[in-house]
Design a protein around this ligand. Structure first.
Ligand code: AMP
Ligand code: MG
Length: 497
């Protein structure tokens, strides 16, 4: 048949019978229906993700709207909420779990099996005091940032769509509800392991979870003498690489609790995140984080702390051999340092490696901090650095209040570039693939949110299109790459979502 059957084209997600999480028993999850939202309507869709999943036609259908609004697909054993525990702000928080998220199942896609999860779809046995809902405001932030991070090449859960509703939701003020559809190969967190290790150890469940994750996501660890230790090392390496990518792009997660750490090294749970505007290593993006535990510069150390919490959970599986797990964690710091240096070299447009590169990069960051330079704008502007003619660098120089300090650094940079025979035009091209022009600054999300709260969703779509090409010049969208307006400094993002 040449013309595709329209019913077939809209058939939608191909649900897998042997979904990964279906291997786990009742201790791991609760099967329950979503509480659908009234008067569900589309707020946003990611056509790019839909295409990646082979769902281009389906995502425009009413069937998709109904499913993603929480109206169910009637498959036995689904949806399900999973249970996890975790450390929040460094303190053991006990049982948490999918308090407002539901796994609809796992689908086949051209990129391998993907789990489909609704967030904001109503109460579950793990909701504790919460209402199981997510507000439109935070749903827009999560949707945009998931897709923006993916476009930046940073491992992340994805977001397929937002469905909105007039259903009132009480936060500091009364807002309205939304449901985000998230997509990832796995939503497992460090906290899933912690759950079966504390306070009472369920060794069989822990072993089962560990074996399954190794088999499915870290097969190389299966051959190790101590697979649990090999898993820990592999997770540590992936996490180190992820955090280096966050740091390089100036991303602050905001709530790096162990239940928000992905076991497969994805950025997960976008809440009070932020991208750096002016470069300030101590920047705290989460208004609720009064001690600055999750400040930008602390993220690498916090991730390492979280890996220690994961290690603690795995201890029963290695007969309490602390030294073995310590050794498994050891590569973290070096992997992080190497990855970070590699990314800084790329940001500087260096094609070769020299011992002085770390100092050159550090000194630029110090200058940027002292001069409160805008992180994204300054890095992007550096691509136009003229290594032969210092006078041609006036525009770049203007980013720095301390011009003499910049000149000192610029002379070293020019010398370093000459030492590797760097060609400015080629270097600029490389740098423009390493230093994004467009990142999801708070004020950009805020403008899209304000429109959406008045019922106009067009800005979400426009912003998404710009963020899907963060490294392209897009001169027609220059305003999205400009310095933040003064009011941006007053935006408060907190855990309230
Ligand atoms: P988060 O800080 O958003 O990652 O959430 C931490 C924990 O609180 C998780 O177990 C969430 O499922 C749960 N949670 C957050 N907000 C709500 C809500 N409105 N209703 C139910 N559970 C929630
Ligand atoms: Mg969370």
């Amino acid at each position: 048949m040449l013309v595709p059957d329209p019913v077939e084209a809209l058939a939608g997600p191909r649900w897998r019978d042997d979904a990964f999480v279906a291997r786990f028993g009742d201790a791991f999850h609760t099967v329950l229906a979503a509480q659908s939202i009234p008067q569900a309507h589309w707020v946003a869709r990611s056509d790019r993700l839909a295409a990646d999943l082979g769902l281009t036609d389906w995502i425009r259908s009413d069937a998709a709207l109904q499913l993603l609004a929480g109206n169910g697909h009637g498959r036995d054993g689904w949806p399900r909420a999973t249970v996890y525990s975790g450390h929040q702000f460094g303190v053991w928080a006990g049982q948490l779990g999918d308090g407002r998220a539901l796994l609809l199942g796992e689908i086949d896609s051209p990129h391998g099996p993907q789990e489909i999860q609704l967030k904001g779809s109503g109460r579950t046995p793990y909701s504790r005091m919460g209402d199981g809902r997510a507000v439109l405001r935070s749903s827009i932030r999560e949707f945009l940032c998931s897709e923006a991070m993916h476009a930046l090449g940073i491992p992340t859960t994805r977001a397929l769509a937002i469905v909105g509703s007039p259903l009132p939701v009480q936060r500091e003020t009364t807002e309205t509800a939304a449901v985000v559809t998230r997509v990832a190969p796995s939503f497992l967190r460090f906290g899933h392991f912690e759950h079966f290790a504390h306070p009472a150890e369920d060794r069989a469940a822990l072993q089962h979870l560990t074996d399954a994750v190794i088999e499915h996501f870290y097969p190389a660890a299966a051959a190790a003498a101590r697979p649990a230790a090999a898993l820990l090392e592999a997770v540590a390496r992936r996490t180190a690489s992820l955090i280096a990518q966050w740091q390089a792009v100036g991303f602050c997660h905001g709530v790096m609790n162990t239940d928000n750490m992905s076991i497969v090294g994805l950025t997960i749970d976008y809440g009070p995140f932020g991208f750096l505007d002016a470069f300030e290593p101590g920047h705290v993006c989460n208004h609720s984080d009064s001690t600055g535990r999750y400040a930008y510069a602390r993220q690498p150390a916090v991730a390492f702390w979280n890996l220690h919490a994961l290690a603690q959970s795995l201890l029963p599986l290695v007969d309490g051999d602390v030294e073995l797990l310590r050794a498994a964690l050891a590569p973290y710091e070096q992997v992080y340092a190497d990855e970070m240096l590699a990314r800084l070299r790329a940001k500087l447009g260096l094609a070769t490696e020299r011992p002085e590169d770390a100092n050159l990069a550090d000194d630029l960051l110090r200058l940027m901090s002292a001069n409160r330079c805008d992180y994204a704008i300054t890095w992007r502007a550096l691509a136009r650095f003229d290594s032969a003619d210092g006078a041609a660098n006036d525009a770049l120089r203007d980013h720095f209040i301390d011009r003499a300090a910049f000149d000192g650094w610029a002379a070293r940079y020019a010398q370093r570039l000459r030492a590797e025979g760097s060609i400015d035009a080629e270097r600029a091209q490389r740098m423009n693939r390493a230093n994004p022009k467009f990142v999801l600054r708070n004020h950009l999300a805020e403008l899209a949110i304000r429109d959406a709260q008045r019922g106009d969703f067009a800005e979400i779509g426009r912003l998404l299109k710009v963020l899907e090409r963060p490294f392209d010049e897009q001169p027609e969208h220059a305003r999205y790459a400009a310095h933040p307006p003064d009011w941006a400094g007053h935006i408060e993002v907190s855990c309230s979502s």
